[in-house]
Design a protein around this ligand. Structure first.
Ligand code: FA5
Length: 344
């Protein structure tokens, strides 16, 4: 027993002098190795009586445990000394910039547009990306087999996965379905905008995507004219592009507006002189619009002839492309961080 105590005392004393990994290894071999004093001491047990062996074995194990503990503690101490960074951690130091996400350019543009319309009294409404055939087409005066349906190449959904199979479902091709949905639930006068994602089953190119965003607008009151529409839109574009811009209306056709127009703005790049962006015409086609068709009021449950209104639908990506001089619509959803990070 005395030998074990001596070994432990000597080992503790020598450990106080250990400062390097090499010295620690020498200590380990001497006190915990196969040929250590402790190992030789354990061999003496074979000459002891059973009672002595129990007591000796207990002290031997305790001594061994103690030496292993002081070895582990010193090992940690030596390792920290070898890696001073861990020991000298200064929590007040500034840390490296973490890469965090930010708003996507489409969201930024959409919010900017919404803020401008908000200031002009329009509230923001959200529709449904999965729409019924009724709201996307029929209630907008586009019955089945109407040739105008060809204007909106549609992703149809498999009805078997939907519980209510009485209507056909699709991914909305435009934000216009919210016109009827909103008018069914609210009485005029009303002013809303509906920003949101739309889908079309069509080939992609620099200005067409299968998935894009529109911002719908609807104003209904007792006396609304095309002049009101033009004034509001001109004001919107002035505020959005922060320039005085001229807009013009060209006759067009949408089954849910009468009359219908395409809206062009004076080219934001060249101011009308003609450039690559406006294909030398001086004008940029920016959206479809018109005076709400009385059939649409009727579909929404209102009395024919009682109300007037205008509606419009503009492509958010197309407007963003003009504002930020972006040459290809496919960049928005490319996931290319070099593009996305420019709009931080
Ligand atoms: C419509 O979708 C009508 N619902 C707009 C409307 C609303 C007319 C209210 C009258 C009253 P159009 O198919 O032209 O119209 O689309 C409107 C705008 O959406 C286009 O001017 C364009 O800016 C954008 N757009 C249409 N298709 C795509 C596409 N594939 N990729 C990107 N933008 C598109």
């Amino acid at each position: 027993m005395d030998t074990l105590k001596d070994i432990a005392a000597k080992a503790r004393k020598e450990m106080q002098l250990v400062t390097t990994a090499d010295e620690l290894e020498v200590w380990r071999v001497k006190y915990l190795g196969r040929k250590s004093a402790l190992s030789s001491a354990s061999k003496q047990m074979k000459d002891m009586t059973a009672t002595q062996r129990v007591a000796y074995g207990k002290t031997l194990n305790e001594t061994k445990q103690e030496l292993e503990d002081i070895f582990s503690a010193k090992e940690l101490e030596v390792s920290v000394a070898m890696h001073p960074i861990e020991r000298s951690l200064d929590v007040s130091l500034p840390f490296g910039r973490k890469a965090i996400g930010h708003q996507h350019i489409i969201s930024t543009v959409q919010r900017r547009m919404a803020a401008i319309f908000n200031a002009m009294g329009f509230s923001v409404q959200e529709g449904f990306e999965v729409e019924s055939e009724h709201y996307n087409f029929d209630a907008l005066n586009i019955p089945a087999a109407h040739p105008a349906r060809d204007m909106w190449d549609t992703f149809w959904l498999d009805n078997r996965v939907l519980s209510d199979a009485s209507d056909k479902y699709l991914l909305r091709t435009h934000t216009s379905p919210m016109q009827v949905r909103y008018m069914e639930a609210h009485n005029p006068p009303l002013r809303i905008i509906v920003p949101g994602k739309c889908y079309r089953y069509e080939a992609t190119d620099a200005s067409h995507e299968t998935q894009f965003h529109q911002l719908e607008g609807l104003l209904v009151d007792q006396h609304v004219s095309v002049a009101n529409f033009k004034a509001i839109l001109e004001e919107f574009f002035k505020r959005f592009f922060q320039k005085d811009l001229t807009i013009r209306l060209r006759p067009s056709y949408f089954p849910f507006t009468e009359p219908s127009f395409e809206v062009d703005i004076r080219c934001v790049k060249c101011g009308g002189k003609g450039c690559g962006v406006c294909k030398q015409t001086g004008w940029l086609e920016i959206m479809g619009a018109g005076m709400v068709h009385q059939n649409v009021f009727e579909f929404a449950g209102m009395v024919r002839g009682e109300w007037q209104g205008f509606a419009f639908g503009m492509g958010i990506e197309r407007i963003a492309m003009l504002k930020y001089n972006i040459g290809d619509i496919r960049l928005f959803h490319s996931g290319d961080l070099r593009f996305i990070r420019q709009f931080r």
